[in-house]
Design a protein. Structure first.
Length: 819
């Protein structure tokens, strides 16, 4: 792929940028300053493509997607932009000529972490695929001043540190003040009648903020297409003035100033968890109102002010229920501002909006109290009430006399607004994110909706972008793959199946394993620098990196490490290949048990890593501050991918796909997309254990199971559990892990004992590990397995996912951009 970047021009530009930004010559510049200078230089080129893309979209009046999401977990942009501009060699050489190393410069960039985990990272992968496939799209989100907190580990505990990602200025963003708009909160609804008797609604006595967009370029791979991630900042509507003091508005002016300051201050660090905070509701409405107002205005400008056919050119995808306010806000804009009737507005809304469900975890379901919702958003609440009234009528018409249906399906019920129901009713498409997940939605969680409106439901199995997670993350393997089968995989991942030709070829196996080894050396070096722990790159790197959540069962993993350690202690000659167990996870700041699990992992690491008697056969490492940038190093180095959620709980998972692509074997349950990974790679090339989703759901219906029986019957498991409360891993405070012990065994707490079936799956998990231990020692077999994983990962590109969304939901028009 040819780049548009000219080396001589780039070099001149970098030197010039260093001069004008920092009043320095290039040899005086710090790496951070060079990072900024290079980024600005590239942005200059990107902007030409950006302008050209938008001209082309306007010229062809192409249908455009607005991907509405509270989270975009972008990760660093510089390296990715360089790759997608196909300018890797040029930039590297120019920097070398100037005396800098590209990797060091890339490392200067903070990780823009405007997201928590899978949901936010999926949004980022989708943007990459949309641009690469040439589909017009905006990501719409919030420019949080502080993104996902940085994690420090102190004395084994997590401490949260603010992520000040904007401190040095972010070179890729552009403030677009001309698109600023007003967003209103509170006050009351006004109604006036016109001469025909028709009612017109408005809002008075409100507070408002000025929403100001910042645009970030999303560069497609080698195709000159540049889309936009538009994130909204909040500013006070009027600059604070003493004038208002005289008018007695002083209090209001202060409040509006504070509202603006607070709204975008920080990303809520909850993953798969609804906390019901007022400020969060404000954030939701803030970015939705701003995004929709601009989308409608843009459409009107191109269509003589007539919005009636907007659905032909615009699609709004709601990334989970967080943006589901969009349904009511679009109705408000169309009725109150565009003067459409309810019916006309409803037709447009329900042909524009689509909803993706990402979880069945009950605790993640958004249900806002009416009191809060109606006080903060009186007009929006009124609209939701009317949507609900009409929907309940429909339920009654479909199921006459069936009050249970109304109780189960109404949008407003029991003093609460159920956001998922609003999203479903207001959308023309409802999708899950993996086959199993969609099935569970249809048969269990959303069964009533599926029965009443089956045509809305569909599956879109998640995917990941191979450009960040192989091309950028693992250059050694990426080059090797290209040497073997050409670089077609970069934009057409299924091509990677051509590697199947090599999986039994000894020389190729050798090369592949050698690359894995070098990536393990790279990770070992990172661990040494960041954790001060020596790990042996010849050991099996067994990795679990993801958010910390009980359902993801990091606890199962660490309890099993404790189990193996006990075995090694009591049978020193036991046949066991050296293992390095690697964890990385952030816990939500208020999630106590998750945080205690981090402490447990670190406590176990302390004891085991310092026990000379086991000859280094086990090492345990907790990688601090797991995030997109170090994830890239970790995936490339993994031998074993731990995907061990309680079956039915993980909607899809996407880390599982990143490991697979990089040549790791999945040790997993039949959950989420693991099921499809198994389908692709075959049962000989994955290790599956544990209960099935059906079994879990059945147990749940019948009140669980009795973990005490396992505790009583299995001496080894009992020993592990006792070590949680006898000070084995916490001599200063033997009671430290009591809560974890209780969660597994005691029923007196509000939860069921062992809610996530850790003990129930324990021995099956152990067998899976023993199997892996055996497989690894047959290096020919192992090489075959991990190469098959890479070769069979074609399905899991987000390019495929996006193409399915386009074909089956959005119907976007492709654009081609010539410069
Ligand atoms: N997910 O990351 C989140 N946060 C939520 O609040 C709900 C779901 C995750 O979304 C991913 C993308 O669809 C899924 O792969 C993952 O299973 C799910 O937990």
């Amino acid at each position: 792929m040819k780049t548009t970047i000219d080396k001589a021009e780039l070099k001149k530009q970098i030197i010039y940028n260093v001069k004008t930004l920092y009043r320095k010559t290039i040899d005086e510049a710090t790496p951070q300053q060079v990072f900024q200078a290079v980024s600005y230089a590239l942005k200059d080129d990107i902007i030409d493509q950006w302008i050209a893309t938008h001209k082309e979209i306007e010229r062809t009046d192409a249908k455009t997607l607005y991907y509405l999401s509270m989270e975009f977990l972008m990760g660093r942009a510089l390296g990715n932009n360089i790759l997608n501009l196909c300018a890797q060699d040029e930039v590297k050489e120019v920097l070398e000529e100037l005396g800098f190393d590209l990797n060091t410069i890339e490392d200067q960039e903070p990780d823009p972490a405007l997201g928590n985990g899978g949901l936010g990272r999926l949004a980022a992968c989708f943007l990459d695929s949309l641009a690469t496939l040439g589909y017009p799209a905006y990501g719409c989100g919030i420019r949080y001043k502080y993104g996902m907190f940085a994690q420090k580990i102190e004395d084994g505990y997590q401490r949260e540190v603010p992520d000040d990602w904007l401190r040095d200025g972010y070179p890729f963003e552009i403030r677009r003040a001309e698109y600023a708009c007003e967003v209103k909160f509170g006050g009351y609804v006004t109604v006036t009648k016109d001469e025909t008797g028709r009612e017109h609604f408005g809002q008075a006595g409100y507070q408002s903020v000025r929403a100001v967009p910042y645009d970030l370029p999303i560069v497609g791979y080698g195709n000159n297409v540049v889309n936009t991630l538009r994130i909204w900042d909040a500013e006070p509507i009027n600059t604070f003035n003493l004038d208002s003091f005289d008018k007695g508005d002083y209090q209001k002016a202060v409040e509006q100033e504070n509202l603006a300051k607070n709204i975008v201050e920080v990303l809520y660090p909850n993953d798969n968890h609804y906390a019901g905070k007022e400020l969060r509701l404000k954030q939701q409405y803030f970015f939705i109102s701003a995004s929709l107002q601009t989308a409608v205005n843009k459409y009107k400008k191109a269509h003589n002010g007539d919005v009636t056919k907007m659905y032909e050119k615009v699609a709004f995808q709601m990334n989970d229920t967080h943006p589901s306010m969009a349904v009511a806000e679009l109705m408000r804009i169309l009725m109150d501002e565009e003067n459409l009737t309810w019916e006309a507005a409803w037709e447009i809304t329900t042909k524009c909006c689509a909803y993706t469900n990402h979880t069945i975890m009950a605790e993640a379901l958004e249900k806002w109290p009416i009191e809060l919702f109606s006080r903060l958003l009186p007009r929006i609440y009124g609209i939701v009430e009317e949507i609900n009234r009409r929907f309940v009528e429909e339920i009654e018409a479909t199921y006459p006399g069936n009050h249970e249906k109304i109780a189960k399906m109404a949008i407003i019920y029991d003093g609460q607004v159920r956001m998922a129901h609003l999203a479903i009713v207001g959308s023309y498409s409802v999708n899950g994110v993996a086959k199993l997940h969609t099935e569970i939605l249809e048969k269990q969680e959303l069964k009533d909706f599926y029965q009443m409106m089956p045509e809305k439901f569909n599956n879109k199995t998640n995917g990941i972008t191979q450009r960040r997670f192989l091309l950028h993350a693992n250059p050694l393997l990426a080059n090797w793959v290209t040497d073997k089968i050409s670089d077609a995989w970069i934009t057409n991942l299924p091509e990677i199946s051509k590697l199947k030709l090599f999986v039994d070829d000894p020389k190729s196996q050798q090369e592949f394993m050698n690359i894995k080894y070098q990536n393990k050396v790279r990770l070992a070096k990172y661990i040494k620098e960041h954790n001060g722990i020596d790990v042996d790159p010849r050991s099996i790197f067994d990795v679990q990196v993801k958010r910390l959540h009980e359902y993801k069962r990091q606890l199962l993993n660490i309890l099993h490490v404790m189990y193996i350690y006990n075995e090694l202690k009591s049978h020193p000659d036991m046949e066991y290949y050296p293992h390095t167990f690697i964890f990385g996870a952030k816990a939500a700041a208020g999630y106590r048990r998750a945080k205690l699990t981090i402490k447990l992992i670190n406590s176990v690491a302390d004891v085991i890593n310092n026990d000379k008697s086991i000859n280094g056969k086990i090492k345990v490492v907790f990688i601090e501050n797991y995030r997109v940038s170090n994830a890239e190093i970790i995936f490339a180095a993994a031998d074993v991918s731990e995907q061990i959620s309680t079956a039915s709980k993980e909607a899809s998972g996407t880390g599982n796909m990143k490991f697979m692509l990089n040549g790791a074997i999945t040790c997993g349950t039949l959950d989420g997309a693991n099921v499809e990974i198994l389908e692709e790679v075959g049962k000989d090339n994955a290790v599956i254990f544990g209960m099935t989703a059906d079994e879990v759901i059945n147990y749940e219906k019948n009140g669980g199971y009795d973990p005490m029986q396992i505790f009583n019957e299995n001496q080894e498991i009992r020993q592990v559990l006792m070590q949680l409360i006898n000070g084995f891993y916490s001599p200063q405070d033997p009671e430290l892990f009591r809560d974890i012990y209780n969660s597994l065994l005691n029923t007196y707490s509000s939860d069921r004992a062992d809610t996530y079936f850790i003990l129930k799956d324990f021995m099956s998990y152990h067998e899976a590990h023993m199997k892996i231990n055996e497989l690894y020692q047959d290096q020919t077999r192992w090489a075959h397995i991990v190469m098959m994983n890479t070769a069979c990962s074609g399905k899991f590109t987000s390019d495929r996912t996006i193409q399915q969304y386009v074909d089956e939901i959005w119907e976007l028009d492709k654009v081609t951009v010539e410069l």
